[in-house]
Ligand binder design. Structure first.
Ligand code: BES
Ligand code: MN
Ligand code: ZN
Length: 502
């Protein structure tokens, strides 16, 4: 992982391999953001002219590099576009610009960044955003590359944030926090990006056990025998088509001075073929990301332990591989869940809700005040909200708190209703309900199915991350291709909100 440190050294004396400055996009052309002054002075006041000559506009995701040719000790300047802002630059604009700069600075081992300074004297939020963005943009997944990337494509290994006082204790704590967050997001991304032949349920559980153990969490893994004994018919049903049996992982964290109990649940389908209701071949490879919710929950657990938050949190994470075959569950099967209710399976590709039903039922047995579940649940989420905005359903007030946490973290979230007529679509002639309804309101039907397993009185939210969990397009901001780490940062914001406000 890339190291994050603070510096208050004069930019003219700084000996990094590159310095990052911010460039604002304005009506009449770009302008240098605060923090770039010393660099401009070193270049004889000609920095903006040079950038304009190179075509820089200050647009989001634009990074223009220029050589300093001996004018300062640092050989390269990278001007990162912040986009257009009427007032202060937003934290998310800084986070994205910092990420884009890290992606553009392959081959530059040490990078100094002035991006915390773009609104003048930095707030903790600005230091965190510049730190997070720099680290997340420097992420790479190279486990499966036989040869290391050429030097000019190696992401920065050290980022120094330029701040007014590098010794300031609060600022140092903020940088440490940004590092911890980036570590958790990297763990989440690594798990998602690992191919499904290597990351099957038992292996995923073993990795969760290892990561949780290292973070000081209690981790318990239920194998197929324990699942049978516990009445987890949904997880077993979905998992039985695979030669690699399902698992259920329970991770718990007890914070000092905790007043509130929180349950986390995440969908861990290590590969989703659709099962007997098989998916088309096109883009099926993206279904290795169908465990993104579980990866986010496992990573969030390690993060709240690292940050020692004063809450009690138990994660319940079901893991299975959805395969077709002679042992697979089939349309028309009826499965009995942990809480005794029964569902008629009408489509084996709606498997996420089936494993989540058991997990949510189990999580509710602990009587948490809040239950937060996240999953790559429906293609309908992507149709409705696109690739960068998650759909949030659940209890009215709590749903709004999740969305507000998303606004703080920079992860896009949008509230969705659970209208009663959509629930009616899940009625079954045979069992208590079916696992799918008609196509209309597909995202909401998924939410309704999960709602059936939440005990009355528990504030709950379901975050459908089918689009935002996995980037199949080009890199942007602090995101690479592959796993993004959504919604780890929102979960942290939300859990901190609960820790502080109940
Ligand atoms: N894992 C998919 C949802 C998904 C789709 C995630 C695209 C990421 C990108 C889920 O298991 C699924 O197949 N859902 C079905 C539900 C349907 C059968 C009711 C879907 O969305 O088509
Ligand atoms: Mn599916
Ligand atoms: Zn799925």
């Amino acid at each position: 992982m890339t190291a994050l440190t603070l510096t208050d050294t004069d930019l003219a004396d700084l000996t990094a391999d590159a310095v990052v400055i911010g460039l604002l996009n304005g009506e009449g052309g770009p302008s240098l953001a605060p923090g770039a002054e010393a660099v401009d002075v070193a270049l004889g006041g000609r920095l903006l002219d040079a950038l304009v000559a190179l075509g820089a506009s200050g647009a989001e995701d634009e990074v223009v590099k220029l050589a300093t040719l001996g004018a300062m000790k640092t050989p390269v300047i990278a001007a990162a576009g912040l986009g257009r802002h009427d007032g202060a630059v937003t934290e998310e604009a800084v986070r994205r610009a910092a990420g884009a700069a890290s992606r553009a600075l392959g081959g530059r081992a040490t990078v100094a960044s002035t991006l915390a300074l773009v609104n003048g004297e930095p707030t903790p939020g600005m230091v965190q955003a510049a730190g997070e963005g720099s680290l997340l943009g420097a992420y790479s997944f190279s486990v499966y590359k036989s040869k290391p990337a050429p030097a000019h494509r190696q992401p920065p290994s050290a980022v120094q944030l330029v701040v007014p006082s590098a010794k300031d204790r609060a600022t140092k704590a903020t940088a440490k926090r940004a590092s911890a967050i980036a570590d958790a997001v990297a763990l989440c991304r690594d798990l998602i990006n690992t191919p499904p032949n290597d990351l099957f349920p038992a292996e995923f559980a073993a990795r969760a056990e290892r990561a949780g153990g290292k973070a000081g969490l209690d981790v318990e893994v239920f194998d197929e025998k324990a699942l049978k004994k516990g009445g987890y018919g949904g997880i077993l049903g979905v998992g039985m088509g695979s030669s690699r049996p399902p698992r259920l992982v329970r991770m718990s964290y007890r914070g000092r001075g905790a007043k509130t109990k929180i349950a986390l649940v995440g969908k861990g389908i290590t590969f989703d073929t659709g099962g007997i209701s098989i998916k088309p071949a096109a883009a099926m490879e993206n279904m290795k990301s169908d465990m993104s919710g579980a990866a986010a929950i496992v990573s969030t657990m390690t993060l709240i332990a690292a940050l020692k938050l004063p809450v009690d949190v138990v994660a319940t994470v079901p893991m299975a591989e959805n395969m077709p075959g002679s042992t697979a569950y089939r349309p028309a099967d009826v499965l009995t869940f942990r809480n005794g209710t029964k569902a008629e399976i009408l489509n084996t590709d709606a498997e996420g809700r089936v494993i989540l039903a058991d997990a949510i039922a189990r999580a509710c047995e602990d009587s948490p005040a809040y239950l937060i579940e996240t999953s790559t649940l429906t293609g309908a989420q992507v149709v409705a909200l696109g690739n960068r905005t998650a759909g949030v359903m659940g209890s009215d007030d709590f749903r709004e708190r999740v969305i507000a946490a998303g606004r703080r973290s920079g992860e896009g979230m949008w509230g969705m209703p659970l209208p009663p007529e959509v629930r009616k679509g899940l009625d079954s002639a045979v069992a208590d309900f079916a696992n799918v309804g008609d196509r209309s309101g597909g995202m909401l039907a998924g939410g309704h199915f999960l709602a059936e397993f939440v005990t009355e009185g528990i504030q709950w939210a379901h975050i459908d991350i089918a689009g935002p969990a996995y980037n199949t397009g080009s890199p942007w901001g602090y995101n690479l291709k592959g796993g993004t780490g959504v919604p780890v940062r929102t979960l942290l914001e939300l859990i901190e909100d609960i820790a502080g406000n109940g």
